[in-house]
Write a protein that binds this ligand. Sequence first.
Ligand code: SME
Length: 151
Amino acid sequence: MPFQKLRPQIEDILQNKEKSVDDKLSEVCELLQTGIPYYDWVGFYFRNGDKEELKLRSYAGEPTEHEIIPFGKGICGQVAVSNKKFVVPDVKAQNNYIACSIHVKAEIVIPLFVNGENIGQIDIDSHTEDPFSHEDEIFLEWVNKKVAEIL
Ligand code: SME
């Protein structure tokens, strides 16, 4: 698993004092998308001000039309409301799902908490069926914890 190798690289990106938060988030997305073969799209969504919606802040992979997602809609919008991670081994089996690309077969969304408040999430799409394990969840929770420290 590449996770152990990626952890120090993520820490390096996030600790860099010369880069903006947006640059750091983009670099984390790039690193994850290129470093893990079944991570085909990686993005961070955050609550859009006081609105009941998520806004895409950084991503790596194909551009998406879904830069704004209302709370409750799709996998991302459900996580914004439930405060719980959502692992989808087969997106076809979900009826509240927003398709970003016909190639996507699976998705994982992990909420990002700052001071106990769910302020956003990391979202990963995969073109591989049922690729995510408990290791991915542990790793992505760790990524979000580290990102929360710089927000
Ligand atoms: N599939 C997501 C929408 C975001 S895209 O994956 C980039 C959802 O159902 O919320």
